[in-house]
Write a protein that binds this ligand. Structure first.
Ligand code: SF4
Ligand code: SF4
Length: 302
């Protein structure tokens, strides 16, 4: 099995479009499993037209819940809570105590001080981990609930499920669409992969983000190459990225021009049209993506 991860220092660089295209190319000659580790905005299932999706709850610790029938409104729980997650509310003329689930950190201190035994800890759902089918192979992805901060753990869950599906033989390519940035979720997505494709843009911030991603990959001992997307939007910016790659000893495996037809291609792939054969009315974007894939084929074969 070979594992490729497509990532970028920020969102909007086109990494999901490229991950979807690579999955289609890979499926022409390998068994493919895809994983979308961008659990706060999973777009790869849309790009690949995922169907027969089954989701399971992803646990996120626990939260306090007050049984209002048992509560005597003494206020001891509110006094002990360091996160100000419990407060009084009026219910007609009566005072009741309620837990704010967004503020509760699940420490359980309130359960220890309640004289009435009215506070219970209950499992909290932080999101869901989902599996589905696409035209290129099975897909695993996650959906983190807004406000939850367990994205790294959910990415690990997605990785484990995808790894299990891919662990069926040698001729399997696992393609991961990574989350943006360089934080904990990105580390979880990149660690123990065979190769990182860092997607960047011809801007100063693109160079900065690329550098952070390259440093991270090297710390994790993962080989890395770069793809310059929308390369023709800034000649000076593109030159800047080329100079960075040369100086940092990063192989620039392709430059893709801005091509609106690539977005249309993504829509077609989502509807099941697959990827066009070479020479079939390709725009400059797809020609460049195909050339990048040829470089990746060599990495897979190595
Ligand atoms: S579990 Fe901890 S954080 Fe949550 S309400 Fe109770 S004391 Fe506050
Ligand atoms: S400590 Fe128990 S009885 Fe007192 S307000 Fe809190 S939940 Fe109600």
């Amino acid at each position: 099995m070979k594992t490729l991860v497509v990532a970028s220092g920020k969102g909007g660089t086109g990494k999901t479009t490229l991950a979807a295209a690579f999955a289609h190319f890979a499926a022409l000659e390998h068994h493919v499993v895809v994983a979308d580790c961008d659990v706060e905005a999973a777009n790869l299932p849309i790009a690949l037209g995922a169907r027969e999706v089954v989701c399971h709850a992803f646990g996120g610790g626990s939260e306090a819940v007050i049984d209002t029938a048992t509560c005597t409104a003494c206020g001891a729980c509110a006094s002990i809570c360091r996160f100000a997650a419990i407060g009084p509310v009026l219910n007609g003329d009566d005072v009741m105590y309620r837990v704010d689930p967004w503020a509760c950190e699940g420490c359980g201190a309130c359960t220890l001080v309640c004289p009435a035994g009215a506070v219970q800890m209950q499992p909290k759902q932080a999101g869901e981990a989902c599996t589905g089918i696409t035209d290129v192979g099975p897909i695993v992805f996650g959906n983190l609930r807004p406000g939850e901060d367990l994205s790294g753990k959910l990415v690990t869950e997605v990785r484990e499920r995808a790894g299990h599906l891919a662990d069926t033989g040698d001729d399997v390519v696992l393609i991961i669409d990574g989350p943006p940035g360089i934080g904990c979720p990105v580390i979880a997505a990149i660690a123990n992969t065979d190769h990182l494709i860092a997607v960047t843009e011809p801007t100063a911030s693109g160079e900065h983000d690329l550098d952070r991603l390259v440093r991270l990959a090297r710390k994790l001992d993962v080989s890395v190459s770069a793809v310059l997307n929308k390369a023709d939007l800034s000649a000076s910016g593109a030159e800047r990225i080329r100079a960075y790659c040369a100086g940092a000893d990063v192989v620039l495996i392709g430059e893709i021009p801005f091509d609106p037809a690539l977005a249309a291609l993504l829509g077609g792939m989502a509807e099941g049209s697959g990827i066009p054969a070479a020479g079939e009315g390709e725009g400059p974007g797809l020609i460049a993506v195909r050339a990048v894939w040829e470089r990746l084929r060599a990495i897979i074969a190595s």
